[in-house]
Design a protein around this ligand. Sequence first.
Ligand SMILES: NC(=O)c1ccc[n+]([C@@H]2O[C@H](COP(=O)([O-])OP(=O)(O)OC[C@H]3O[C@@H](n4cnc5c(N)ncnc54)[C@H](O)[C@@H]3O)[C@@H](O)[C@H]2O)c1
Length: 264
Amino acid sequence: MFISGKVAFVTGGANGIGLCYVKELLKNSAKGVTIADLDAKQGHKIVEELSKEYGKNRVIFVKVDVTNKKELNDGMKKTVETFKNLDIIINNAGIMNDAIWEKEIDINIKGSIHGCLLGMDEYIPKYKSSSEGVIVNISSTLGIEPCGGLPAYTATKHAIIGLSRSLAQLNNKNVKILTICPGPTATALLDDLFNKTPNTSLEKYSNVIKQQLASIKGMQEAPAVAEYVIKLIGDAKNGTIWVIENNEINEVIIPDKEGLLKKC
Ligand SMILES: NC(=O)c1ccc[n+]([C@@H]2O[C@H](COP(=O)([O-])OP(=O)(O)OC[C@H]3O[C@@H](n4cnc5c(N)ncnc54)[C@H](O)[C@@H]3O)[C@@H](O)[C@H]2O)c1
């Protein structure tokens, strides 16, 4: 029910799990959805397809590089000009490629921080259509466990947990902060994994990746992840963190600092 009549902004919404969030929002009667993505060709194609399926003027595309705060701001501005409100931001855009780890940090961490700051400080308090807006930050199961094959990607996803927990602690009544940790999901993100390791010590990293890939129990489908996330946007409490893996959902309970320490 929460989604009905609301306006959402989804980064990285032109492909993969992001596109499934967009579809699920429309299916649940969102008033408007903005796809903010670098991939303009796919973005325009998707808007055309979704407009046929869900009706005209309910979805727009804005070409945005999330590493650029001005572009993100312009995308949110266009959203409120078009739909008059902004209630939900899903900071989803991400890459998994440790061979270009500085860029990975820029997109996965800087992009999400830009999205949170613009959402919390500027857009949601001014343009929400009901008492509370929602920001969803996309981490990964690699946000709560190590992965020797992808150390930089894993660091970016751990950073998202710290970002969300800290912003949620502010207990800003206007904006609820949620974090999602998907497990392995069938999208282009995982393609060509062996070429995505740092080009120094490539062999060492790809051996670790081979072992870790072999331990993956199953690859879930992106629409199933999106269905859970769209439900959580309405139901979940501020600051909560959720793992969606093998088509199952579990809340992540992180003990306080004392609970993590072992007396020596
Ligand atoms: N697929 C998985 O197994 C998996 C698991 C855990 C977490 N995740 C996370 O979920 C999110 C989505 O992943 P996916 O699998 O759908 O990936 P994907 O590669 O299918 O889609 C990513 C989208 O982000 C866009 N994008 C990339 N860089 C961008 C930038 N600088 N600015 C704006 N848009 C940009 C791409 O154009 C693409 O549309 C990512 O944050 C990823 O880390 C994915």
